[in-house]
Design a protein around this ligand. Structure first.
Ligand code: FAD
Length: 371
């Protein structure tokens, strides 16, 4: 008999939710992670009394009450509402694109005036079948919004000119004809008091966790310890890249402690012109309405991905999706290996979706086990 029912590779949100549910059902789990901390990309650590989002700004939001109730079991959430600011050269705009933005751009005051202005700019383009991202964006929002708020930011994010990017990257660019700076439409939104790591700690209570343990450094020995594996790392790495490498975009974070109470007056400020090399600056204390004497800011730089760098965003273009299909088909044949999370499923997912997917997997897996 093996020592554990499940070996869970990855102590991120997916692995932790599954481990919690499995433990509740009386299963034994060993969770490993190659990093020196739990939480994966939602990890937060305290600096100067402020919860710092180590891998980029994380705002919890969901439309599903059951998911909101689920996370609220583990910690209390504050009432943070994400209302980012965009800086373009020396101009400042509210996001998402709404009546405040349109007023700042053109001085218009009514939705009818804003709609007429945007419609006039869109029709001037005569774009019926967008051939690339630039044409797609121009056809959706017109010239001014595109040039000041979309072009430079997108170019930085993808490391390519918008003309050279496929149109499918931007399916929609919502325009809001109300004075509403709330970025998310979901009815439930907030930041966990005390940080995200606290949620993961609670989820992993009573579970055996080994950090600084890379699955691939000791694959056979680790596999021998459990009946089944839940793998939340890169699916192509699991299969030794046998069909080829999946591609990602990466990020680089530069964090600084500043000897001042308030640097930018907002949690998230996007820099939309191409000349500024970072895409945004996060001031962490504003996620939790902090009043500490110092502040911590993080500049976020988009970066090319290569093996060894952190894979942040899957590039779900037709080429990569086709490659992933091959890995997925192979994965479906496995009897004792499950794949989950953003890397195992090669899909960007917000935290609420990750929780939902992990709960679904736990339900299918653990109910089936009981029969
Ligand atoms: P991860 O958090 O990546 O966990 C996987 C874990 O597996 C990692 O800890 C990794 O070290 C470990 N691992 C991998 N390979 C191995 C191996 N070989 N051996 C051992 N361990 C291994 N979502 C929101 O809802 N709101 C937001 O505002 C938001 N902002 C985001 C901002 C950025 C910049 C990014 C990149 C994502 C954001 N997300 C946001 C999404 C959120 O980060 C994910 O939903 C979540 O982190 C995914 O959890 P996971 O467990 O699937 O993956």
């Amino acid at each position: 008999m093996k020592k554990y029912d499940y070996l869970i590779v990855g102590a991120g949100l997916f692995g932790a939710v599954f481990a919690h549910e499995a433990t509740k059902k009386g299963k034994t789990c060993l969770v490993i992670d190659k990093r020196d901390h739990i939480g994966g990309n939602i990890y937060t650590e305290e600096v100067e009394g402020i919860q710092v989002h180590k891998y980029g700004a994380h705002i919890f939001h969901t439309s599903k009450k059951e998911i909101w109730d689920y996370v609220n079991q583990f910690t209390e959430f504050n009432h943070f509402v994400n209302s980012p600011i965009a800086v373009y050269k020396d101009e400042l705009y509210n996001l998402p694109f709404n009546m405040n933005t349109f007023h700042q751009l053109w001085g218009v005051r009514t939705p009818a005036e804003a709609k007429a202005k945007i419609q006039e700019q869109i029709s001037r383009m005569h774009i019926t079948h967008p051939k690339n991202l630039e044409e797609q964006a121009l056809a959706l929002v017109g010239q001014d919004v595109y040039e000041k708020l979309v072009e430079g930011y997108t170019r930085k994010q993808w490391g390519r000119e918008c003309k050279d990017l496929p149109s499918f990257i931007i399916k929609r660019l919502p325009l809001r004809y109300t004075y509403d700076n709330n970025y998310f439409k979901d009815p439930y939104q907030g930041i966990p008091k005390g940080g995200y790591t606290r949620i993961i700690k609670k989820l992993l209570e009573g579970v055996q966790v080994c950090l600084k343990t890379d699955f691939f450094a000791n694959r056979e020995e680790l596999t021998a310890q459990a009946d089944k594996i839940l793998f939340t790392g890169m699916i192509d790495e699991f299969y030794d890249y046998c069909y080829g490498e999946l591609e990602y975009r990466s990020l680089r974070f530069e964090t600084e402690v500043l000897d001042m109470g308030n640097y930018q007056g907002n949690a998230v400020v996007n820099y939309t012109d191409y000349e500024v090399p970072y895409t945004r600056i996060i001031e962490h204390k504003h996620f939790e309405f902090g009043t500490q004497p110092k502040t911590v800011i993080t500049r976020e730089y988009p970066a090319a991905w290569e093996k060894g760098k952190e894979p942040y965003y899957p590039i779900n273009d037709p080429k990569n999706d086709e490659l992933f299909d091959k890995y997925e088909r192979r994965a479906l044949e496995e009897k004792n290996v499950l794949f989950g999370g953003r890397l195992g499923m090669y899909r960007y997912m917000d935290m609420d979706k990750v929780i939902e997917e992990a709960l679904n997997m736990a339900e299918t897996e653990l109910t089936y086990e009981e029969v």
